[in-house]
Ligand binder design. Structure first.
Ligand code: GDP
Ligand code: CA
Length: 327
């Protein structure tokens, strides 16, 4: 069975681990979000691709969910001693090596898709990991200009900051007025992306952020259309449980696009034109009718990825729902 998964970072990566356990023989292609990518210290950093690669390849810091296990921070400390930041973005020594290799290959002319394949030759994630695009897309967030930070870039009391600055530096503490995947409208799907969708037997949306992970991937022209046209079941799992994200601040970016933080509202946001099936948590069973009345088949099942068994069970539920809508 050929499965395509649209993945962000932690939520996507953890779900993929469960999917591999639930369906070891499946041929899985992951289309990874690159809107979170950031250039720091002259290096290109792809947080979501790396989270998937490290998680499936056994190199992830398990408790944290991102970054490398057994990490040290000597380079960061030395940079700080020079007064060189940003200090709010945690890059460890082991992780730096990944970004150095990536940047070196990109400087030599390789597209990100080829670089990702080369990095995966080491990590062997057991899936085909494709960036959504080889082109540069950067998610920016429009916020009220923080006190004392007025500059040429801030207009009418508002300024656009890089998604990582909003998310990591500010911990999404202020309202997001808009979320813009800058560059997406001119981006082309990376080689292999549209073919993988067209040749798939089903498409899954893991419990990844609907706005800045899955939403960004869908903003690359051609990807949404390819999924809608593939004629295969498209099934998603809610990242919102009990009216709040299980982890992180997805509610902040949902409100920026006018979507309520509820499992049903996220399903309606994707819409029946895209989504055939949707899983909500058992605690949100009351949302099932609302989702179904929007034309999306819905089931309530446990959706907390507490361990591999629980996550594999979620994946099996998603596969079962896919077969149900296919029939
Ligand atoms: P990021 O790029 O690291 O933010 O990761 P993703 O976009 O892939 O996933 C983030 C989303 O995963 C958040 O909105 C969380 O609510 C969701 N999430 C994390 N852990 C769980 C879980 O155990 N169950 C569910 N249903 N969602 C989860
Ligand atoms: Ca991310």
């Amino acid at each position: 069975m050929r499965i395509v998964v649209l993945a962000g970072g932690i939520g996507g990566a953890r779900f993929l681990r469960g999917l591999k356990a639930a369906s070891p023989e499946a041929d899985i292609t992951v289309i990874g979000n690159t809107g979170d990518d950031i250039h720091l210290f002259g290096l290109k950093i792809c947080p979501d691709l790396d989270t998937v690669m490290y998680t499936l390849g056994g190199g992830i810091h398990e408790e944290q969910g991102w970054g490398r296990a057994d990490e040290t921070f000597t380079v960061k400390e030395e940079l700080a001693a020079y007064g060189v930041g940003p200090e709010w973005f945690g890059l460890g020594d082991r992780d730096f090596a990944t970004h150095i290799v990536r940047t070196q290959m990109i400087s030599a002319g390789y597209p990100l898709s080829a670089v990702t394949e080369a990095l995966c030759a080491r990590w062997r994630p057991g899936v085909r990991l494709l960036p959504m695009t080889d082109d540069r897309v950067e998610t920016h967030v429009l916020i009220d200009t923080p006190e004392g930070e007025e500059d040429a870039g801030s207009k009418g009391g508002r300024k656009a900051v890089h998604f990582q600055e909003y998310w990591v530096r500010h911990r999404a503490a202020m309202p997001a007025h808009a979320v813009v995947p800058v560059g997406a409208e001119h981006a082309k799907p990376a080689p292999g992306v549209l073919d993988a969708i067209a040749e798939s037997d089903l498409v899954l949306f893991p419990p990844s952020n609907p706005v800045v992970s899955v939403g960004t991937i869908l903003a690359v022209p051609g990807i949404r259309e390819a999924i809608a046209d593939a004629g295969v079941p498209v099934v998603g799992l809610s990242p919102i449980v009990g009216g709040a994200p299980v982890r992180g601040m997805a509610d902040k970016v949902l409100s920026a696009i006018g979507v309520e933080s509820s499992a049903a509202a996220v399903a309606r946001h994707y819409g029946s034109g895209l989504l055939d099936g949707w899983l909500v948590d058992t605690g949100d069973a009351a949302a099932v009718d609302e989702v179904e009345s929007a034309g999306i088949r819905c089931r309530a099942v446990p959706l907390l990825m507490t361990d591999l068994d629980a996550t594999a069970a979620m994946a099996r539920e998603a596969l079962a729902l896919a077969e149900e809508v296919r029939a």
